[in-house]
Write a protein that binds this ligand. Structure first.
Ligand SMILES: Cc1cc2nc3c(=O)[nH]c(=O)nc-3n(C[C@H](O)[C@H](O)[C@H](O)COP(=O)(O)OP(=O)(O)OC[C@H]3O[C@@H](n4cnc5c(N)ncnc54)[C@H](O)[C@@H]3O)c2cc1C
Length: 474
């Protein structure tokens, strides 16, 4: 007979969203059960953000060393010790892991249960020997790499984000399926560590970003030797002498590409299979669980947060979801999820960061818009570091209210935070034009772009006449 538990909140999944929800609920002294079937920390820690960004950081340093001569520095001999790189990724993950252990969460007052959770009815979750009847449930089971239905893929050796960071050698020729953020970040990183890299994309690379800014990233990758093939239909994947062969159809005809390793980075699928959502009367679709503006599922006792829901898949979004759920579940606040000011960052070099509307969306939304730009090559900080590739592009309505910003260039991911605040707080471009930015800083590109909004007015006949009148007053 199963042991019955009756906590206030039961969270399923100990990734970014689940950990944030469980720790916040426990901090308010509420009885919480957290169920995790695998490693604590989820994708962020174990196969996503942390190892990927650590690899990007390693590759960035490799690139700095390669280009040291530009700064007048002589390097003796450059080489990559891939085993040491792999150890470095582990060190980074191990440095963060203590924040996510079962023991730490037990110390916070969270009861952690190991096992795969499954709904047995709309009010009960079963896991191991337990039957949990919570007042509210939070599904935070995340997503897994989607494997496209390509003939031969299942029988051909390949890696995904779950296994790529365990490679013991740098691939000789890495073929990447998918030119989204993750595919391109890893493509550039492996290229910088010495691999030949080919990326195959059926449609448009970085499809959800501003095309003008995305093109700068794609151009940089091209110059570094990443071969990006777009409009490619993959017909068949198979083992070959070189390890993997891919038969593709391109606008120019049929072709076969051979490589030593294959990385599949072709999107995500929500982790719902084991949950028996039908038993709980929770509706879902191929992209995730359907939620309302309060992040409640079709079963009002059950919330869903993070990657398992329909919508963007980002760690900061999972955290934001968790915060809203706790406010609603514990305090009954009338929260309303709002995705329009959620920033996204592609950690390539140059970085690509976006928040709010891109130009086309803004035009469709507001009709008459203003597009403001400022290039990194006009930024003194960028000149000192040679990070002159890129620009900021800000979109406002005719009154100067900020609708969106895209930054492609150094520290884009850091500097997008200010524009996120601007959009959240419904600021006008005037706020940025009047901002005093430290010198020299990459952030100055934002101020300079903002100032261009007023340039037309400054040079107008009307303004010159006023200046003339004032001058006459002494
Ligand atoms: C390579 C890569 C790089 C990324 N980089 C970034 C980045 O730089 N910035 C960013 O914002 N996002 C990034 N992401 C996305 C980010 O990792 C995810 O959006 C985030 O981890 C989602 O958190 P989550 O809590 O929704 O799910 P997860 O972190 O996936 O956690 C879900 C947890 O639920 C558990 N689980 C699943 N089913 C059950 C069950 N039935 N019972 C019990 N437990 C279960 C799983 O084991 C897992 O631990 C990256 C993703 C990848 C793949």
């Amino acid at each position: 007979m199963a042991q019955e538990l009756k906590p206030d909140i039961c969270v399923i999944g100990a990734g970014a969203g689940g950990l944030a929800a469980a720790s916040a609920a426990a901090a308010f002294g509420v009885p919480v059960v957290l169920i995790e079937k695998g490693r604590m920390g989820g994708e962020n820690l174990n196969g996503g953000d942390m190892p990927a960004n650590a690899l990007v950081a390693v590759a960035e340093r490799a690139n700095v060393i390669r280009n040291a001569a530009r700064f007048g520095l002589k390097t003796v001999r450059f080489g990559v010790d891939f085993a040491a790189v792999r150890a470095y990724l582990r060190d980074v993950v191990n440095a963060v892991a203590p924040n996510h252990t079962r023991e730490r969460f037990a110390g916070l007052g969270v009861r952690v249960i190991e096992g795969a959770a499954r709904f047995s009815d709309p009010r009960t979750v079963a896991v191991g020997d337990f039957a949990i009847k919570a007042r509210r449930f939070v599904i935070a089971t995340g997503s897994s790499p989607a494997l496209p239905a390509i003939p031969g893929l299942a029988d051909t050796p390949h890696v995904t984000n779950e296994t790529v960071f365990d490679l013991t050698d740098c691939p000789r020729h890495l073929i990447v399926i998918g030119a989204g953020s993750v595919g391109l970040e890893l493509a550039q990183a492996f290229r910088r560590l010495g691999a030949e890299v080919t990326v195959l994309e059926a449609v448009t690379p970085l499809a959800s970003d501003d095309p003008e800014c995305a093109a700068i990233v794609l151009d940089a990758l091209d110059r570094e030797g990443v071969k990006l093939r777009t409009g490619v239909e993959i017909k068949h994947v198979r083992r070959a002498l070189a390890r993997v062969a891919i038969d593709i159809m391109t606008p120019a005809g049929a072709e076969t590409i051979e490589g030593s390793h294959l990385l599949v980075a072709a999107g995500r699928r929500p982790n719902v299979e084991e949950l028996d959502l039908d038993a709980a009367r929770i509706r879902y679709e191929p992209h995730g669980i359907i939620v309302d503006k309060r992040l409640r599922t079709t079963n009002k006792r059950v919330y869903a947060v993070g990657d398992v829901t329909v919508g963007p898949k980002l760690t900061h979004l999972a955290n934001y979801h968790a915060e809203l759920v706790i406010r609603h579940a514990l305090f009954r606040q009338r929260v309303s999820v709002d995705h329009h000011a959620i920033p996204t960052v592609t950690h390539t070099d140059p970085e690509l960061a976006q928040v709010g509307l891109v130009e086309d969306e803004a035009r469709a939304h507001s009709g008459v818009i203003r597009v403001l730009r400022w290039p990194y090559c006009e930024n003194d900080r960028a000149q000192t570091t040679q990070a002159t590739n890129g620009h900021i592009k800000v979109v406002t309505d005719r009154r100067g209210d900020i609708l969106g910003a895209t930054i492609v260039g150094a520290a884009a991911g850091e500097n997008i935070a200010a524009w996120t605040l601007a959009i959240t707080q419904k600021l006008n471009i005037r706020a940025f034009a009047g901002l005093v930015v430290p010198y020299p800083a990459y952030a100055e590109v934002g101020k300079r772009a903002a100032m261009t909004y007023f340039m037309r007015g400054l040079t107008s006949f009307h303004v010159r006449r006023i200046i003339g009148w004032l001058r006459r007053l002494g």
